[in-house]
Design a protein around this ligand. Structure first.
Ligand SMILES: *Cc1c(COP(=O)(O)O)cnc(C)c1O
Length: 369
């Protein structure tokens, strides 16, 4: 019996909220207010509230969110920004685009997240920001990072692209750093019907700088105070995301339930799963297995109709695009250990019990062979 299990099912999600989304889309077209306006402002307010942040600034993507946050700190050439090698390349690209030098560090192989023990040694006089990544929807261990950053007076920017709705010690992701950057890429936990992103902050000056920068440095229609760019998010995406926001917590709860089922059912199989820290609420953007037999397991699952992913098979420090940074194989053992073993299996909210059981059974079957 072959059941098909995709890595995500955006159509099932749409059908669960179709009336609300369709109404908002029609309303945007009826009012024909496509750029800025009430839909963008309304979603920014709702999202800031959701994250426990004072301000939210809507923009064109998660990648531009990180770029905009760095520009608000006036980071540029001669500056350094520290982040992890085990992330989606966008985190590092945004640093490069400012002209600053990305300084990469290793992750903890038990969690896949920034290893604060590697952080202090990477800080120099030129370090202007640190970007911890809440990868897979797991909040990074924030307090030791904050302590090191505070010692050197360096602002922290959360890369929260995969962690919307997650909680660290009773604090919502998006309210921990000087700024936090979110992606609404369609496959993220809160997905647009196109590209979109958001930056949250408690700081009114940062928020004003970011709003101006992403809209041509404008202070009024024809007055441009600084050199900016067009990195705006559009009203259609804001309206759709606003309609979806009330469902996010229940979708994230489904992801956690699915993850818990995998944890229980895969205990007696020789795969490792990334560990969940104490006192956090993760949101399982991905559910990640570790196996010495990753390629064979992946082939086996694919041949049984189960989609999987690898996030990410080539760490940033080994990417051809980043050869100029001068890193090489062996520089980040935790990152490379994970890159060779990780496998993401379906964990999206609309998985049926039968599909999850089928994934579990198929993994058991693989390890019995
Ligand atoms: C998705 C993602 C981004 C970039 O977001 P886009 O909206 O695709 O530009 C940045 N960082 C991480 C960790 C991501 O997963």
């Amino acid at each position: 019996m072959n059941i098909s299990v995709p890595l995500n099912d955006l159509r099932a999600e749409y059908h669960s909220i179709r009336a609300a989304v369709d109404a908002r889309i029609q309303e945007v077209i009826d009012t024909s207010s496509f750029i800025g306006g009430a839909n963008v402002a309304g979603f920014e307010d709702a999202f800031a509230d959701y994250c426990g942040a004072a301000h939210a600034v809507f923009c064109s993507s998660g990648t531009s969110a990180i770029y905009i946050a760095l520009k608000a700190l006036e980071i540029g050439p001669d500056d350094e920004v520290i982040t992890v090698s085990h992330t989606f390349i966008a985190t590092v690209e945004a640093i490069s685009l400012t002209g600053a030098v990305p300084v990469l560090i290793d992750v903890d192989r038990e969690t896949g997240l920034l290893d604060h023990r590697q952080l202090a040694g990477a800080v120099t006089k030129r370090t202007r920001a640190i970007i911890p990544v809440h990868l897979y929807g797991h909040p990074v261990n924030w307090d030791p990072i904050q302590r090191i950053a505070d010692q050197h007076n360096i602002p922290l920017i959360e890369d929260a692209a995969q962690a919307v709705g997650a909680v660290f010690h009773d604090r919502k992701i998006g309210s921990l750093g000087a700024m936090a950057c979110f992606s609404f890429f369609p496959g993220k936990n809160l997905g647009a019907y196109g590209d979109a992103g958001m930056i949250t902050t408690q700081n009114a000056t940062y928020a004003a700088n970011m709003k101006r920068f992403l809209n041509h440095g404008r202070i009024s229609k024809y007055a441009h105070e600084t050199i900016g760019f067009n990195l705006r998010g559009d009203a259609m995406q804001a309206a759709i995301l606003h309609a979806k926001l009330p469902s996010l917590d229940s979708w994230n709860a489904c992801r956690r339930r699915n993850a818990e089922t995998y944890r229980q059912e895969l205990q007696d199989v020789s795969v490792q799963v990334l560990c969940e820290a104490e006192n956090v609420v993760p949101v399982y953007h991905q559910f990640v297995l570790l196996s010495e037999h990753r390629e064979a397991l992946q082939d086996f699952l694919h041949s049984h109709g189960i989609a999987t992913g690898i996030h990410y098979p080539i760490p940033v420090h080994l990417q051809p695009a980043y050869q100029s940074l001068g890193y090489g194989k062996g520089d980040f053992p935790g990152t490379e250990y994970l890159a060779d073993r990780i496998l993401s299996i379906p964990v999206y909210p609309f998985l049926t019990k039968e599909q999850i059981q089928y994934v579990v059974d198929t993994i058991h079957l693989f390890f019995r062979k």
